[in-house]
Structures are given as C-alpha cells and as structure tokens.
Write a protein that binds this ligand. Structure first.
Ligand code: GLY
Length: 362
C-alpha cells in the first residue's frame, strides 16, 4: 500500500493506492452521520453490495445507482442523488462515497459539492483512467448541452484506489486508461513511457507493476494540483491531447471513449508540435507506436474538420476567441501556446485521417 498527500491547506487529502484495500475502507472514513454509496448498476453487483454490507456494520448507509458509462454523467442523475439525500434525511455531516469510474466520480463529486453547500466526498476509483486522473484534483462535472459544462472544483476528502478492482475491468475500458498514463510520460516523466514500452505483457496482465505505475501518475497529478488547484496556469498541462480529444469524443456522440479520443488528441498535438519545430518527427512516430502497443487508436476519420472546429470553439480553454493548445517542447516538457495557425490545426486533423496503423472505424 502506498500513500500520497495532496497538500492544499484545509482541503488537503490522501491518495491511497494498494491491492485488496477495499475491505478496509470503513477504517479510513472517520465517523460520518450517514453514508451515500454512489455507484453504477454493474459495479454494485461486483463490489458495491459487499462494500455496502461492510459499511452497514458501522454506519447508516443508503445507495444510489447510476447507469454505467457517460449516460450517468448527466444533470438529471445528479438531481436524483440530491433528491435521494434529501428524502433520506442526509445532513451536513454525511458522506458521499463514489465507487466507480470517471462518470460516477464526476456526478457523485458534483452532487456532493452542492448538497448543503458541500458534504464530504470520498472517491473510490475502479477504472485505470479514474485512478490516474479523474478521481484526483477535485474537478467535478456533468454533461449539459455539452461535455462537462456544469461543474465545480471540489476536492475529495480521500481517494482510495484498490488495484484489485481492475481485474474485472473489460479490456476496452482498461486500455482506455493508458492514454492518460502516456500523457503523464509526455508532460512530466518520460521514464513512464519506457516502463510502458518495456513491461507491456506484465501491465496487460495487470501484474504487480501496475501499483507503482498508478502511484507515479497520481503523484504527478498531485504535484500539479498543489501548485495550481483551479487551473489558472500550470494545471492546463494535464489537458495535453484533450482539446482535440474532447472535440472528437463529443462529435462521435461518445462512440469514442475518453481515453481513445485523448489518444487521437495526443497524436494531433504531437503532429502540431513537430510541424512547429518543437520536437523531432521521430518523437511523433514513437508515440504512435506506444499508443498502438496498448491498442489505442492513432487514426480516425469519422468526423468533418469544420464540425470539429465548432466543438473546439466551445472548449473551456478558449480565451477571447483564441484556442489554447498544450504542445510538446520535449519528452517530459510541454508549453501552452495560443499561436497555432488554423491551417496547421486543419492539417493535424487531416493527418488523423491518413492511412496508418490503429485506425478506429467507429
Ligand atoms: N483531467 C485534467 C485535470 O484534472 O485537470
């Protein structure tokens, strides 16, 4: 078991990563007046039911089940959670416990941030993507007329990542998380890319190495959050590959999953970086090889560039009409730029449509 402290004065919290730690959860959560276990219908059957009975030995517990996937990340479900809390007389000393992937964490985290002006929230991520990224840092949101349009910055009071829960994760969902892992290698720690390259078999079999990999990614995220909690500057580096990624994800109506869209966004951003003379061409192809090694898409053609540009204009990083991109200066170093020519943006989108390996067809 490993532990990271996220230092944010009175909003500080711990991230605990370990195998088989879910059963010890009641020891970590203090003494809430009530617990609302928020999870999805699939995870409830896998882990939620057992966890609920373990919690019930010590606390009054209610559950709220979301539909699996992006469908649950909707304002109507967030309102459902609030309604359940009100009807079950949850007070300000209660705890919302989010067991699941990014959608459960985002919706449950959002509901916790606005219920009675904020109740304690514990994130228990069960997907690789949520363990390395979305459960940490306090970004909560639901989709409303667009992805992540309504949300808050609200730090959890604890994050518990039990790597054993990854064992039941379907392959596509597991692989989806590696785009964020690759991202950390690009923005801060190139050694992560080497680990991914050299230990593919063990990683795909969810071996021991996974714990240290997740720990390393969580540590990078924690350091960034400590310096820039509300994304005034540095935190934007965590969005490497996400500007184009989010637009592709939304345009596909979520047929492309978040990590898959980010993988394509990484390719397009690396393409722009090499075209602007910031990195060598070989770096782009090395990254494509690595993403392909984890079966992440590096080519995709089911979009029109003009439609995608409309989505890009709605990106939250747009400032005074100017799109801001996180670009690569080197492996392990990125820079925020708002001077990407529109023609180069279009060229990078065309590049995604070119022949190449790992073309995603849907
Ligand atoms: N997923 C990017 C962030 O938390 O800032």
């Amino acid at each position: 078991m490993r532990e990271i402290k996220v230092n944010l004065s009175e909003r500080s919290y711990r991230i605990i990563v370990g195998e088989g730690i879910l059963g010890n959860l009641p020891d970590f959560i203090g003494s809430p007046s009530r617990v609302l276990l928020i999870t999805d219908t699939t995870l409830y059957a896998f882990y939620g039911k057992t966890l609920e009975s373990v919690l019930r030995e010590r606390f009054p517990v209610e559950n709220f089940l979301l539909p699996p996937g992006e469908k649950g990340k909707n304002i109507k479900w967030a309102l459902g959670i609030l309604r359940k809390a009100i009807l079950s007389s949850f007070d300000r000393y209660s705890l919302f416990l989010c067991l699941g992937g990014g959608s459960v964490g985002d919706t449950g985290g959002f509901a916790s941030s606005i219920y009675m002006r904020g109740v304690r929230c514990i994130q228990v991520p069960t997907t690789l993507l949520a363990m390395v990224d979305s459960s940490i840092g306090g970004k909560t949101a639901v989709d409303f007329y667009g992805k992540n349009i309504v949300g808050t910055f609200y730090q959890p009071s604890l994050v518990i990542s039990d790597t054993a829960t990854l064992k039941t994760l379907p392959e596509r969902n597991y692989l989806n998380g590696f785009a964020e892992v690759v991202k950390y290698g690009i923005i801060k720690e190139p050694a992560i890319l080497t680990v991914l390259r050299e230990n593919r078999e063990e990683i795909l079999q969810k071996g021991k190495i996974l714990e240290s990999l997740i720990f390393q990614c969580a540590q990078i995220k924690a350091e960034v959050i400590e310096e820039d909690e509300k994304e005034k500057g540095l935190r934007m580096i965590l969005n490497f590959g996400h500007t184009i990624g989010h637009a592709l994800e939304a345009n596909s109506k979520f047929a492309l999953w978040h990590g898959e869209a980010v993988s394509l966004g990484i390719v397009a951003s690396a393409y722009i970086s090499q075209a602007m003379g910031m990195i060598k061409k070989e770096v782009l192809s090395e990254l494509e090889d690595l993403l392909s090694l984890y079966s992440l898409p590096t080519r995709y053609e089911r979009f029109s560039s003009s439609r995608l540009k409309e989505f890009l204009q709605r990106d939250k990083k747009v400032k005074m009409g100017k799109l801001r991109f996180v670009l690569m200066k080197n492996l392990g170093e990125v820079e925020i730029r708002d001077d990407v020519p529109e023609s180069l943006l279009e060229e990078s989108l065309e590049y995604l449509k070119k022949d190449g390996r790992n073309r995603r067809a849907f």
